[in-house]
Design a binder for this molecule. Sequence first.
Ligand code: 7TS
Length: 413
Amino acid sequence: MTQTIAPQLDIERIRADFPILQQQVNGYPLAYLDSTASSQKPAVVIEAMDRYYRRYNANVHRGVYQLSEQATEAMEQARSKVARFIGAKSAREIIFTRNTTESINLVANAWGRSNLKHGDRILVTEMEHHSNLVPWQIIADATGAELDFMPIDGSGRLALDELPRLLSEQTKLVAVTQMSNVLGTINPVKAITVEAKKVGALVLVDGAQSVPHFAVDVRDLDIDFLAFSGHKMCGPTGIGVLWGRKEILQAMPPFLAGGSMIRQVGLRRSTWNDLPHKFEAGTPAIAEAIGLGCAVDYLSAVGMDAIHAAEQQLTTYALEQLAGIDGLTLYGPPVAERGGVISFNLDDVHPHDVAAVLDRHGVAVRAGHHCCQPLMEIFNAPATARASFYLYTTQAEIDQLVSGLEKCKEIFR
Ligand code: 7TS
């Protein structure tokens, strides 16, 4: 039975949109609790991509023939949809990349190499995914800039009172995740941005976990860059987004070079195309962009506020149920400050064993360091198991998780 505690969402109807959810795993209904790693895709997204390949597959921005014009129009419509979805001023500010990781690497290389110098500082947090940490380490090494770290407290909240001490005239960029993929913590990006602007620093937000789960408006947040991935928001893999303020993107040199990103090429020198093409070298992920546009339509029709509210209710329920399991350690802040991601450990059972037993009960969770090794070190846990929720998650799936964990305790007692 797929009952829900979230009256905002017609969960039966939503689940019917996701073909993959209608299956059994190891004799149990699939309880897919790993949307933080990658979300499932509604049929409309799969069909939109299928339609492109069957009916109007052609390269974009070059052919004057009908198929190419159709493909170009579909891809540019997708760009406009994404722009509206995050409140961007213009679709030209939407750069299609492969994923969040590539979006952040684009900024680190194109903006970082031309704006950072010896003595400059980049402020990140201790809870960043490796993709919002390692690119800054590399760019700091290359430019002589240095990294500072916003610490977190025992329940996984950023220590905001440390901000004034950490920010100075030397701080050129603050790079922060809007929601932790391990702790679920939702960070107060707006308040951080207010402080960053006082010292003239730019703000890059890792929206990999926020954009899929609640309404994010780049103008309301007053940030400078936003990075996110299509595959975590009901879209396909292979497509991600970098949003940046137009003036900043215009002043940045290109990242990748080759076809499409040029205006004029000579044997020794070239000039660059307008935004967004300056940052989209080579043939783009056309079907994937179209799929992402369709995913944005899908999420908008359901409603981002309703999705967020439903996830909060599920998380409240899950935290209550999990708290009743003896020997279970839960990580992260109270529900009011978090999204639908719950990391845990069960006694001294290795999280990979926990995940393997859960899999036998049809429950898919991730175990490991979740690409956040510095964060795991702070919590003194080399790994955790992690359950995460999305718009198609039901209360019954959380019950299935809880009974799987009880089984796990029996096995490892
Ligand atoms: N930033 C955050 C906060 C993330 O959660 C992830 C992926 C990324 C960046 C990178 O996204 P990508 O699409 O470029 O790979 N997080 C996870 C995860 O928690 N489990 O698998 C991927």
